[in-house]
Design a protein around this ligand. Structure first.
Ligand SMILES: Cc1ncc(COP(=O)(O)O)c(C=O)c1O
Length: 400
């Protein structure tokens, strides 16, 4: 009998599963975990998640949901209570006017993105994706049969994206433009007027815009902005949000989409044939998060700003490391091109790999985000941990 190897198995799997790669970020998390299990003390700058615990009042709502036996199936796209809470929070914070029928709760923001792309992108459609991009966009588009058209942005301009830059990439096959502000991995924040211009431009041409606003509450400029405030331009707009980063709830898996009702209905149809509703207990916790006190969000944001300033000062003090100032999210995206070609290191992946194995600092190489000269450093950790990691990074780079 022929032994089952990964190769023979791959031949038997579908074309669409063979088109995509596992998430680069999760690969680092796994490798760091493997080292930790060997007893190695790894400083983790790899994970894309808050280091804070979920706020107490949110946890208590989940416990109450269990005790109250709120443990059955719910409507596929979430309870009316939750969808109203999503719409309410967005209206209060961003001056949007969505209706319950336009909101869907999903199993994390990633799930909302997956479903939205599955219902909008067909084989051969083009999707404009600014670089650097969050790892999963590209593979989710490919899974749907679409093709990503990459929009290179200029690091010296803070990775700025404008409508004019997008204009050059439009073809008759352009179906969707993806925006992600604040951006994972660069921390870049699009100016509200740039976002408005892109949305207006897409609206005029009948092209969809998906605005991934999972970090919208972690915007460190004084201009927090959601495209949802552009009420008259939302005919072809999908907003993706998530409780993961805003309320330190990554493991709970609750995200949402705000979109025109026909798209919402189609997303729920797909969801009805896959996950069904997000966990009922988590939905109760989400209502508590969205309708309860918001001070926790402001407190975490203030702490991220402090950590950002600390890590950026540290990175910029390392000879030959350059780093733009992230305006949001919790990642620094230092340019390490000065070290490529030294000590047998020829790519950001080589560098991140050696950094993890030799200096025991986990970072994510830029290739997964579409750039070759960077590594992503997550600063969602404590100051002492940041200092330990920065010192190891400094020593490692000096040794090259
Ligand atoms: C840009 C971006 N979008 C979406 C997500 C998905 O987050 P979740 O599925 O936890 O809501 C992430 C998570 O890292 C992200 O960085």
């Amino acid at each position: 009998m022929t032994p089952v190897t990964e190769q023979t198995l791959a031949l038997k799997l579908t074309d669409r599963i063979n088109r995509i790669e596992p998430s680069a970020t999760l690969a680092v998390v796994n490798e760091a975990e493997r080292l930790r299990q060997q007893g190695i003390d790894v400083v983790d700058f790899g994970a894309g998640e808050p280091h804070f615990a979920t706020p107490q009042h949110i946890k208590e709502a989940a416990i109450a949901a269990i005790q109250g036996n709120f443990t059955k199936y719910t409507a596929v796209g979430g309870t009316a209570e939750l969808r109203d809470a999503i719409v309410h929070r967005h209206a209060v914070d961003f001056d949007s006017d969505y209706r319950r029928e336009e909101a869907t709760a999903c199993v994390g923001g990633k799930h909302a993105i997956f479903n939205a792309i599955q219902v909008l992108v067909d084989r051969g459609d083009e999707v404009i994706l600014p670089v650097p991009y969050w790892v999963s966009f590209k593979d989710i588009v490919r899974y749907a049969g679409g093709e990503c058209v990459l929009l290179e942005s200029d690091e010296s301009q803070g990775f700025r994206v404008t409508a004019r830059m997008i204009d050059r990439l439009i073809t008759s096959r352009t179906r969707l433009i993806i925006l992600n502000s604040p951006c994972n991995p660069s921390g870049a924040v699009m100016a509200p007027n740039d976002m408005t211009e892109v949305v207006r431009f897409a609206h005029e041409r009948g092209i969809w815009v998906m605005s991934d606003e999972c970090y919208v509450y972690l915007n460190y400029t004084d201009k927090r902005f959601s495209v949802g405030s552009l009420r008259d331009l939302r005919e072809r707009m999908i907003i993706v949000g998530s409780l993961s980063k805003t309320y330190a709830m990554t493991g709970w898996r609750l995200g949402y989409a705000l979109a025109p009702a026909p798209v919402t209905t189609a997303m729920q149809k797909l969801q009805s044939q896959s996950t069904s509703n997000p966990t009922s207990i988590v939905q109760k916790a989400a209502v508590a998060a969205l309708k309860g006190p918001q001070q926790c969000v402001a407190d975490m944001r203030a702490e991220y700003i402090r950590l950002r300033d600390h890590v950026i000062n540290g990175l910029r003090s390392i000879p030959n490391v350059k780093c733009t100032l992230p305006q949001g999210a919790f990642y620094a995206y230092p340019n390490v091109s000065a070290f490529l070609g030294r000590g047998g290191i020829n790519s950001a992946s080589d560098l991140a790999g050696r950094l993890l194995r030799e200096a025991h600092v986990a970072t994510v190489p830029g290739e997964g985000f579409g750039t070759r000269d960077h590594i992503r450093v997550s600063y969602a950790t404590s100051t002492p941990e940041l200092d330990r990691g920065l010192e190891r990074l400094r020593r490692f780079l000096a040794s090259l």
